[in-house]
Design a protein. Structure first.
Length: 301
């Protein structure tokens, strides 16, 4: 099922799982509770039990393999392709995956290579990679997602880049991490004013603790609202779920979907996702009539 088509008719709830957390038995715990699972394209590390570093595999191939497991489990999967790691030689393999039923992908630029290795980006812009994927399979391309960063220093440039990704063929947009509605709704309004006419998902991240949140905030330059800091400081145990649940309630009618991610990637997030979904009242199938929303969901012209 194309995620953008679903999002035009229902408010969706999606979650992120890193590749080494994609376990068939665990996936059963999410079936019927979420509408899709995204898989980021991450490098494998020395201690990764599924893809040890001695086994050479690119991040996007790792994401595609995990997506196949998710799709076989009966849940819509959204693997990631990154400009950082994707090469033109990978396009044939991606085309083959599409022929075999790959229905959705998320295309991102990717974190820069760590120094001193500069790396080589064969695709220098996200829109360029989107166009390449759109042209595969005689136009029978997968549903393509792209990311927008509401925290970008140059807001107007980020709005322009986001719209260019839609013009290149993106079928839906996912925001960067948000912890409340205030940090993202102004950006959403600017996108709409600029002509955004594809579904928008707001990403809400669940922190493990205040220290975890501040670490990610400093590393990726993501501001943390004062009331979020206070909630995590006052309630180290339940504060993280409360932050995510409150953000969901504030945002569920403001976009086409809410996408949950878990900030502490070294821990299995599925128990936390289940607890959060129960907290916000999702105990079974998530599809429900979409609420009145300012997001324009008309088809792209």
């Amino acid at each position: 099922m194309r995620l953008s088509d679903q999002a035009r008719h229902h408010n969706l709830v999606t979650v992120e799982l890193i590749p080494d957390r994609v376990v068939p038995n665990d996936l059963a715990l999410l079936r019927g509770r979420v509408d899709a699972i995204t898989v980021p394209a991450l490098r494998n590390g020395h201690d990764d039990p599924s893809y040890p570093k001695s086994f050479s595999i690119t991040p996007q191939r790792r994401s595609l393999a995990s997506a196949s497991i998710i799709n076989r489990a009966g849940i819509t999967a959204v693997p990631s392709l990154t400009c950082r790691d994707c090469s033109r030689s990978d396009l044939a393999a991606i085309s083959n995956q599409v022929e075999q039923g790959l229905g959705n992908v998320l295309i991102v630029y990717g974190d820069p290579y760590p120094e001193p290795r500069p790396g080589t980006y064969e695709f220098t812009k996200t829109s360029e990679l989107i166009r390449e994927i759109s042209s595969l399979n005689d136009g029978n391309d997968p549903c393509i997602g792209a990311v927008t960063n509401q925290h970008a220093d140059k807001r107007e440039s980020e709005i322009s880049r986001t719209i260019s990704r839609v013009e290149a063929g993106a079928d839906f947009i996912v925001t960067n991490v948000a912890f409340d509605s205030e940090s993202v709704l102004e950006h959403r309004d600017s996108l709409l004013e600029a002509g955004l006419n594809v579904p928008l998902f707001v990403q809400v991240s669940i922190p493990l603790s205040l220290d975890n949140l501040l670490f990610v905030s400093q590393k990726f330059d993501i501001p943390v609202p004062a009331h979020v800091r206070k909630k995590l400081l006052d309630d180290a145990t339940g504060g993280s779920l409360a932050v995510a649940a409150e953000a969901y309630e504030a945002l569920r009618g403001e976009a086409n979907g809410v996408h949950f991610s878990y900030l502490f990637r070294q821990r299995n997030p599925i128990p936390t996702y289940r607890h959060l979904l129960e907290t916000i009242g999702i105990a079974g199938p998530t599809l429900a009539p979409i609420a009145t929303s300012p997001v324009n969901t008309s088809p792209v012209a």
